[in-house]
Design a protein around this ligand. Structure first.
Ligand SMILES: NC(=O)c1ccc[n+]([C@@H]2O[C@H](COP(=O)([O-])OP(=O)(O)OC[C@H]3O[C@@H](n4cnc5c(N)ncnc54)[C@H](O)[C@@H]3O)[C@@H](O)[C@H]2O)c1
Ligand SMILES: [Zn+2]
Ligand SMILES: [Zn+2]
Length: 384
């Protein structure tokens, strides 16, 4: 079938809206008609080159390029067709994307760590998770990669069954799309990976689509203080509505007040969710955490960055922990429905995350708004 998709042809390019050809699903695959796609910062890393492996890494991977690639890994839609052997979804079901696959049988899935599912390796290799062959092509026959093997910036894409999660049909699909990455990642960074406890002081650095949900998660977990840090006043004001108790424009500005409000103890948990995790941000990021404190690195650094500015003396003697996280260390098959049930019960804010919506043709306008800090989240609403 033919449909439209937003494609990135290389570092420094904008999104290009083009007609693509999508093959029908093979065994274990699902063709999804995506209705909504969230504009997460992770797709922006494709355009800036943060995600582009250096030449030696590409050589080791056996690829020349990760481009052209269909963008989008936050998404929700309707199952259009299923391949043989698919049992967890049927035609007409509403689904959330899951940018981390959850096969259910690998050693990570079977030990409660679906976010580390073995099927997630090779996300930037061409071809399907199922058999390594491609289902998506440009009009001239060029095979396309898919961001996180999902490509929710296409009207239709063919994905592995392990990357779709059935959701209630009465849920609005725009909010389902946000739960598929931003909400889960931010909320889990606080509640699961950060293990925020009642009475904690939590600092969230960067209050975009991910950080706002870290603020929301920390407040729900019972933090006594949630300190939101973002240079933009709009983000700081919104963070206060999502449960922040204090807001500052920078880590530098927050340092003395956090020292004072905690009587020098500093934060139990610091969650790093700026747009890009440059190594120098880790200096104050780790200093804002106190003895026994946890620093959760959720934002993505440029792929070639190998150094971070961390006081190792304090790391050792103050017994701090720096932890990475993918998908907020949640389990997509359990936690996406759980987060959506909290929305249905009125305890999780989701509608308030969507600042603007865009037709696919205006996706570059949406990403410019993200760069300009105008959106908590922008959402592409696919036609039809
Ligand atoms: N680990 C994961 O599984 C995962 C999943 C999704 C996204 N991410 C990453 O999380 C990061 C955030 O994504 P997003 O969609 O929320 O981005 P976003 O652009 O919507 O928000 C980033 C926010 O950080 C603020 N900011 C930038 N520099 C700052 C600084 N020095 N101090 C304080 N605030 C600062 C910006 O003003 C903005 O409000 C990105 O790196 C993204 O790739 C990681
Ligand atoms: Zn994302
Ligand atoms: Zn698995």
């Amino acid at each position: 079938m033919k449909c439209k998709a937003a494609i990135c042809h290389g570092v420094g390019h904008d999104w290009s809206i083009e007609e693509i050809e999508v093959d029908p699903p093979k065994p274990g695959e699902v063709l999804v008609r995506w209705t909504h796609a969230g504009l997460c910062h992770s797709d922006e890393h494709l355009l800036t080159g943060d995600f582009d492996p250096p030449p030696e890494a590409k050589q080791a991977m056996g690829i020349e390029s990760i481009f052209p690639i269909i963008g989008g890994h936050e998404g929700a839609g309707v199952v259009a067709e299923v391949g043989s052997g698919v049992t967890s979804v049927a035609v007409g079901d509403h689904v959330s994307a899951s940018f981390v696959p959850a096969c259910g049988t690998c050693r990570y899935c079977s030990s409660g760590r679906q976010n580390l599912c073995d099927q997630g390796g090779g996300a930037f290799l061409p071809g399907m998770i199922t058999d390594g062959t491609s289902r998506h092509r440009l009009a001239d026959g060029t095979e396309l990669l898919l961001m996180a093997k999902l490509g929710t910036f296409a009207e239709y894409s063919c994905v592995a069954e392990s990357q779709v999660i059935k959701v209630d049909t009465d849920l609005p699909l725009d909010v389902v799309s946000l739960v598929s990455c931003g909400v889960a990642t931010g909320w889990g960074s606080a509640t699961r990976r950060g293990d925020v406890r009642p009475g904690d002081t939590v600092v969230v650095v960067g209050c975009g689509g991910i950080g706002m949900n870290a603020v929301q998660g920390a407040a729900m977990a019972g933090a006594k203080r949630v300190v939101a840090i973002d240079p933009l006043e709009f983000k700081r004001e919104t963070a206060m509505e999502f449960g922040a108790t204090h807001a500052f424009a920078s880590m530098e500005e927050a340092f003395a007040p956090v020292t004072e409000m905690t009587a020098g103890q500093m934060a139990e948990v610091v969650i790093m969710t700026p747009g890009v995790l440059y190594g120098d941000l880790m200096n104050l990021g780790t200093k804002l955490a106190g003895k026994g404190g946890t620093i959760v690195a959720t934002a993505v650094a440029p792929i070639t960055q190998t150094s971070a500015d961390v006081n190792l003396f304090e790391l050792t003697l103050w017994q701090k922990e720096i932890k990475g996280t993918i998908f907020g260390s949640l389990n997509p098959r359990a936690d996406i429905p759980n987060l959506l049930s909290m929305y249905q019960a009125g305890t999780l804010k989701l509608d308030e995350l969507i600042t603007n919506t865009y037709p696919l043709d205006d996706i570059n306008v949406g990403y410019q708004a993200m760069r300009d800090g105008e959106n908590i989240r922008g959402v592409v609403v696919h036609a039809g």
